[in-house]
Design a protein. Structure first.
Length: 457
């Protein structure tokens, strides 16, 4: 007998079902149900024969799902009910005992916690793979000059290795965020029941141990309503995707004819339907476009959770599509970024030529004057005046005359000035820790390798 006197409206049934997307939780639901059945028998809540029948039915269901032979039915609201239905079909009435001492509320959040834990670990490993690709590229292009930019204007020269390593440090921070998200799944929700606990002397700790949880959730109300760990994962993913968008944007710029700093591998580019000459950096462009998609999922789940009363509300069904799409989107973006970096061919001549514009040595000239006793603000004005003279006359700084230099400042020795305009001087003068001088970049490269090795340990 049912509580309801009429069937669900078909439109409500479509609105209510989650099977189309939550079926990917079946691995976790089977594992959870096995642990639950073993615990029920160990606690003498069900008999050993019932446990064995349940485990045999779960094994048969698992085989069907692996073989893609599981027959879903129209009445299957979600993957949890579909599996339970099939267990009852296989095991008979004893199959109905599987749901003893649990609710779909604690069952669902446990499955999602297991999925999020696995996804955070996978993301961390994918981040490591991209970081390794960047470290390898930095080592292979250790002393290749490149213009550094601010406001997309040439600012100061750097080594390509130094620039690539900037992304490594971003990714290492991303990895820490994913590790934090993974740690937030450590408390087992199962055993909280619908919201108040269950009427049986269960052993939540044995279930936690079997499923790899470090502890059990201490409050049943919080256990079934908690989705913070998903927000933590989405937050980590949103920041990581934003970092990938910046890398993608630079690859797009650098691979253009106007820059010509890099040629992306054919495997990660596309042609044009009408222009045969085109080689479009579509994968890099998509790194830019996928980031706001992931950020949107984070914002959307915050919207779902905002002002939501305790404990379980159907709103929480909306956690999964945001989580699942983020996991899939980030996975392909990290793989694409690693593939592009591993196959990228940098053009040393084009980068060096762009980094040879002696206007980007202006800061070095200003600092030289500071070392001669000129206050920095005064030296900044002196060099800005020299830059204006050079630009207005269409000359590089190196072609300014001794008289023009003397007119700017009596402290500006022409020989020292021209020596400063040698490209190696600009690069090797940045000797501060974390700077682009080659010795510092070598230190940084070793530090990045060590940090990545600690992650792998």
């Amino acid at each position: 007998m049912s509580r309801f006197s009429e069937p669900q409206d078909p439109v409500f049934a479509r609105l209510n079902t989650s099977l189309s997307f939550d079926r990917r939780l079946w691995h976790h639901d089977i594992a959870q149900s096995r642990a639950h059945a073993r615990m029920l028998a160990a606690q003498r809540i069900i008999g050993d024969e019932d446990r064995d029948a349940l485990l045999a039915a779960l094994a048969a269901v698992e085989d069907e799902l692996v073989a893609d032979a599981f027959a879903f039915q129209a009445g299957d609201e979600d993957i949890h009910m579909a599996i339970e239905r099939r267990v009852i079909e296989i095991a008979g009435a004893v199959g109905g005992k599987l749901h003893t001492a649990r609710s779909r509320n604690d069952q669902v959040v446990t499955d999602v916690a297991l999925f999020t834990r696995d996804s955070a670990g996978h993301a961390a490993r994918a981040v490591d793979a991209l970081a390794q690709a960047l470290i390898d590229a930095a080592a292979a292009h250790l002393d290749w000059p490149l213009p550094g930019y601010t406001h997309l204007q040439r600012a100061q020269p750097v080594y390509l290795s130094h620039h690539l390593l900037a992304y490594v440090w971003m990714l290492l921070r991303d990895r820490e965020r994913f590790a934090f998200a993974e740690s937030q799944t450590a408390a087992l929700p199962l055993g909280a029941g619908a919201l108040a606990g269950v009427n049986f002397d269960t052993d939540r700790f044995s279930v936690a141990a079997e499923l790899g949880f470090e502890r059990v959730a201490p409050n049943s109300i919080d256990a079934v309503s908690n989705r913070d760990f998903i927000l933590d994962y989405l937050s980590a993913a949103a920041t990581c995707a934003t970092h990938l968008s910046r890398l993608g944007a630079e690859l797009v710029l650098w691979s253009s004819e106007e820059f010509g700093f890099v040629t992306l591998p054919d495997a990660w580019t596309s042609g044009s339907s009408i222009m045969p000459q085109k080689k479009n950096p579509d994968a890099a462009e998509l790194l830019r476009a996928k980031a706001p998609r992931i950020v949107g999922h984070l914002g959307a789940l915050h919207g779902v959770m905002h002002a939501l009363p305790l404990t379980y509300n159907k709103d929480l069904q909306e956690d999964k599509e945001h989580l699942f799409d983020t996991v899939d989107t980030l996975d392909v973006c990290l793989a694409a970024a690693a593939g592009m970096i591993r196959g990228a061919r940098f053009d040393a001549a084009r980068m060096s030529a762009a980094a040879s514009d002696d206007l980007i040595a202006a800061t070095d000239v200003a600092d030289h004057l500071v070392k001669q006793g000129v206050p920095f603000r005064a030296s900044h004005g002196i060099v800005a005046g020299l830059v204006r003279v050079a630009v207005d006359s269409g000359r590089p700084l190196a072609e300014l005359t001794d008289e023009e230099l003397a007119a700017a400042s009596e402290r500006l020795d022409p020989a020292a000035f021209r020596a400063l305009l040698a490209q190696s001087s600009w690069l090797e003068s940045k000797v501060s820790v974390g700077g682009t001088a080659l010795a510092r970049v070598r230190e940084q490269l070793q530090a990045a390798r060590s940090a990545l090795a600690r992650n792998a340990a």
